[in-house]
Design a binder for this molecule. Structure first.
Ligand code: ATP
Length: 313
């Protein structure tokens, strides 16, 4: 039986701006996404039956159709029924290292890996663009997780335009293991509180999403100016998550107290991160935050920016 092992890395948001509500009722977003080398391992194997079987040892990860990796396999079955008959179903094992419901796109990355893995198992020869179009039907972050690196994401988050690599910048990430923030809750709460500030027409939606391309953060990325990138980190969702989750707010303050470069919450949280310009600086920060918050529930990670998304090993 054929099998592949894939690395599915996490992402952080260097910029997350909510522009307005689209006619399809999703939020129009302008984000700058960055892949980091904190990653799940995903194994896909051919089965002689037409089933989808999912294994995962993490207590908070569902094993049914609510798992995004499972839905990715279902989508491939629907789209390529002949390949399913010829090559059989798929057995998927998720080895989770990315914290769950953390604002790090763990589920989206797993789904991206399953799309790439099944394309290989079934020898479909899909292009990255084909895979990203399929991924967009599963979730807004899935297309970015396929290509990875550094990129502007607009629309619902599924329209990706790549930026120059920032590979090598370090980041320290912190998340309380028992604390999860629901992404739908964060966006609904934001809409409730800030809808009056939303762009009202499609032209201004488009205009504001184009503005990022010539903005200061993109210029700092092009120049690999880590100090400036750190100063320009931005996330609208902090406005609703930090007041509702004092632990996240305290953790962010602790990171900020010690970090030389910028600190921000990723996505809908509750993961907080700070940039560091070297491994040594990242490790100092890691130990400072650990000493200040000895709570064993707090997980800390040192990771590095990387320039690609899902890959086969
Ligand atoms: P995003 O940053 O894209 O909003 P996230 O990092 O906040 O994602 P996930 O780790 O993807 O969140 O998990 C969100 C929810 O989805 C969890 O409650 C979890 O139970 C469920 N889930 C479904 N599939 C997966 C998966 N493959 N891995 C982790 N969680 C999953």
């Amino acid at each position: 039986m054929k099998s592949y092992t894939l690395i599915a890395p996490a992402k952080i948001n260097l910029h997350l701006e909510i522009i307005g509500i689209r006619p399809d009722n999703y939020h129009e977003l302008v984000m700058i996404m960055q892949t980091v080398d904190l990653a799940d391992r995903v194994e896909v194997k051919s089965l002689s039956t037409d089933e989808i079987i999912l294994h995962c040892g993490h207590p908070n990860v569902p094993l049914d159709e609510t798992n995004l990796a499972y839905r990715a396999a279902q989508l491939m079955q629907q789209e390529f029924p002949d390949a399913l008959i010829e090559s059989g179903g798929v057995d998927i094992t998720l080895h989770k290292h990315i914290p769950v419901a953390a604002g790090l796109a763990g589920g989206s990355g797993n789904a991206a890996a399953v799309l790439v893995g099944i394309d290989l198992l079934w020898e479909l020869g899909l292009t990255q663009i084909d895979l990203q179009k399929l991924g967009a039907r599963l979730g807004s972050d899935v297309p970015f997780c396929i290509s990875g690196g550094t990129a502007i994401a607009t629309g619902r988050g599924e329209a990706i335009s790549p930026l120059p690599s920032l590979e090598g910048i370090y980041v320290v990430l912190g998340k309380y293991q028992s604390l999860e923030v629901s992404t739908p809750w964060a966006y609904t709460t934001y809409r409730h509180e800030f809808e009056h500030q939303y762009a009202q027409d499609l032209d201004s939606l488009a205009d504001r999403s184009h503005r990022i391309h010539s903005g200061d953060l993109v210029r700092a990325i092009v120049a690999t100016d880590t100090v400036k990138i750190g100063k320009l980190l931005y996330n609208d969702l902090e406005k609703v998550v930090l007041p509702a989750y004092p632990l996240v707010s305290q953790l962010r303050a602790e990171f900020q107290r010690h970090a030389n470069l910028g600190t921000m919450m990723s996505g809908s949280g509750p993961t907080v991160f700070s940039l560091a310009s070297s491994r040594a600086q990242a490790e100092v920060l890691y130990h400072q935050v650990r000493a200040a918050i000895p709570d064993p529930d707090l997980e800390l990670f040192v990771a590095q920016f990387c320039d690609r998304g899902v890959r086969v090993i």
